[in-house]
Write a protein that binds this ligand. Sequence first.
Ligand SMILES: *Cc1c(COP(=O)(O)O)cnc(C)c1O
Length: 388
Amino acid sequence: MADLKKKDRKYIANTYTRFDLELVKGNGSELSDESGHQYIDMGAGIAVNTFGTNDEPWKRAVTEQMDMLGHTSNLYYTAPQVKLAQLLCKKTGMKKVFFCNSGAEANECAIKTARKYSSDKYGAGRHTIVTLCNSFHGRTITTLSATGQDVFHKDFGPFTDGFIYAKPDDCNDMKDLLDGNRCAAIMIELIQGEGGVYVLERNYVDKVVNLAHERDILVIIDEVQTGNGRTGELYCYQRYGILPDIVTTAKGLGGGLPIGAVMFNERTENVLGYGSHGSTFGGNPIICAGAYSVIKRIDRKLMNNVLVKEKLIRDLLKDSQGVIGVTGMGLMLGVETVRPAKDVVKDCIKNGVLFLTAKNKVRMLPPLNISSESIRKAICVLKEAAAK
Ligand SMILES: *Cc1c(COP(=O)(O)O)cnc(C)c1O
């Protein structure tokens, strides 16, 4: 471990502050370090490992495809990509899918689509995209522009033009921005993940979707974190009962391998034409086969279980010493603690549970199939750390 840390510092770019922990293997919601200590995984690789580590059906889907055919490029037809797109459309009612490799890339594609939609219909200049303060949309220069948090903007200018930020849950602010600028789209997370697991009000979301649609402004929902069963529906917009024009997702879609997807409705499905966008790796057959097995298993029964587990976590944390409140939906939850969240999370690691943080909160995004027993153990450790 000491040697690994030294080499990591020497050879890996210094962009991550890592916890003092080397993970070597895992099974379901349990992970082990290099000396055999076990940890309950309440982060799932930041909402990526939808069915935990080493999940058998996902592994089978991936390895069976690996035995057949791996990367081909998008110059040729491959079945796993089409199967996954068809399944996503069937389960959402969206019409077409573009595959890429990450959340930021999915949002880049959504932004390009919104600009082209507006340019095709209204000519140049109507390109502003309204995002929300405190949002997170990725780390490329353009998705950083879309991200409404100054901390991410320091040092990296100049940024892509054409992004303005509205105050979350303030309809008047959104209306003023939509009326005062030549807007192509709004882009929002329904639950701001990196922004501290902040859940947007239903009434606000309904209203801004109407405000946008009355003006033929596209509604882009960033479901990179909230998607793929995380909040108790396949996509969180389905919980809100809204109809977006574009939905982006990534993280949990691939069950552990990198994939991003952009879904288009009838209004946006034909905006991008031949040659207007592409990705070398996008829609890789191996990853799509794994993603298909993930999406296929996100059914009513699993979603009900996610909601039962949310209730269990909320009940266990009720009136806990040092806990101020719980926000979020399904298995995307944030716990505000009296102690700094980072200190709480460090103590939990010492006691065998891996949580995440988001802003001032302890964040949890466990595998969707985590057992109630593991949840009980993990929350017990969290309560102890919060009460210190
Ligand atoms: C993680 C995240 C992204 C960025 O995804 P990457 O795969 O890291 O590029 C974008 N939007 C939201 C809401 C996210 O949570």
